[in-house]
Design a protein around this ligand. Sequence first.
Ligand code: NAP
Length: 544
Amino acid sequence: MAADQDQASSALPHEVDALIIGAGISGMYMLHRLRALGLTAKICEAGADVGGTWYWNRYPGARVDIESQEYSYSFSEELERDWKWSERYAAQPEILRYLNHVADRFDLRRDIAFNTRINCAHFDEAASRWTIATDTGEVVSARYCIAATGCLSVPNEPNFPGQARFQGPTYHTGRWPHEGVDFTGKRVAVIGTGSSAIQSIPQIARQASQVYVFQRTPNYSVPAHNGPIDPAVEQTWLANREENRQLQRMSTAGFLFSNPRAQLATQTGDNERRQVFEERWAQGGFSVQAAFADLSIDPAANAMAAAFAADKIREIVKDPDVAEKLVPKDYPFGTKRLCVDTGYYEVFNKPHVHLIDLRQTPLQTITETGLETTQGAFEVDAIVFAIGFDAMTGALSKIDIRGRAGLSLSEAWAEGPKSYLGLMVSGFPNLFTITGPGSPSVLSNMIVSIEQHVDWLSDLLTYMTAYQLAVIEPTAESQSAWVDHVNEIASQTLYPTANSWYLGANIPGKPRVFMPYIGGVGAYRQLCTAVATNGYMGFKLRAA
Ligand code: NAP
């Protein structure tokens, strides 16, 4: 089935073993595994088709920034051998085709209700089941409620003074029109300079007559060096598939180059350090971040990486004033999510691309015809909001989720998300959060982390069936200890010093808590495995 094609919703039964929220990468794999366990399961998906983040984020230039063969499911060797990626970093349309292929290949659609949003999920303590209601008026009773809602699925809604007055079209990168947008000859404003903006601006600039980039905080970006996939890379990957997949699973961030080298930047001579950074920059992608072991923990080492990146920006961008505005100054390198680009800094050498620094000249209002800063008025035909997401907790807080004694998840998380292993929340039995806050999730190759959670959860449900258990919930103590651990290791790094979406800093009023688990994918996997092999230590399990 074509990815863009809307399709009829599969009717929902009144009862299922598991109701999965979301048909992105995690929901699809979860459904596949539950079926294999002999459980009845349905997915409710707000969109008209599968794909999650890759269904919604269709902005020009959208592509993965982990190498294609690494950003793919590992659960089926046949799938992996049959599918051929065309580029080193696959673009959104190709990834969406891949996910549609997976949906067809494993016959997933018959258990997915599309165009169906979950409004509320309430735990019925007497029945030990979730009562889940959709915006289509259906109500489903499920033993397990599995939130496969994604970490970056709820757009940060623009709320700029005067924005309703604007007469031209506006777009959010996270909700891009399916039919695409033709900017040919148009004057376009882009607000934001995160990954979505950094990927889309060079593409928009190919069509637009003028591009005005409104930057609040500059980001660090490293070149992708994208191109057709090297057949040798693909062959080597497949020849060593098992070993590579195992390396991913036990790595720092779920891909092969994510393990930092043992060497410290601060104990490396200037020439050698520069050479290592140059090699990583030439290699492209996130490998720069793993160039030395101390970059994310030692301010002195981090400053060396920051200085290297700043020199690169100054080398690429010809206008020294523009270059200086593009150099991040007030947070450590890599502590806001590193971007991976194709021609981002270079685009500012084009005469029709203009950078407006909102820290120097704040935005005052949007008008009928454009934007006004303290510098002056910018007349534009279209505005692109590349302002990010209500990350990690946004999708869950939009659903009225109530656990035991009517406790709402929003109340339970009023001071920031609390979970055990990022998988479950005390007071919310049988509710599972795939790649939830408190797990490596956004600090990792998402597919690797998704598969780990889904596999762990599948093993748990197998165990529960075998022992005739029907209800699981973390103890308050285990949750509290996990939250402390997540915070403690985050505080050993430089990450919490930046105003990033990892901390909810991009959403006014959101509690400032470092949400993902930064202890590493491999270490986290070992912890989860140990919990399981010790009889699901830290959880309470009981019969219905
Ligand atoms: P983002 O990183 O949160 O960037 C949003 C940008 O909008 C920031 O520059 C932010 O400035 C700016 N902004 C927000 N509110 C603003 C306001 N009121 N006024 C002016 N500027 C404002 O969002 P994103 O670019 O969509 O990326 C989010 C995440 O999605 C990424 O970090 C990444 O994890 C994921 N992503 C991945 C890929 C990929 O893998 N290829 C591509 C795109 C996105 P401040 O920094 O000052 O807040």
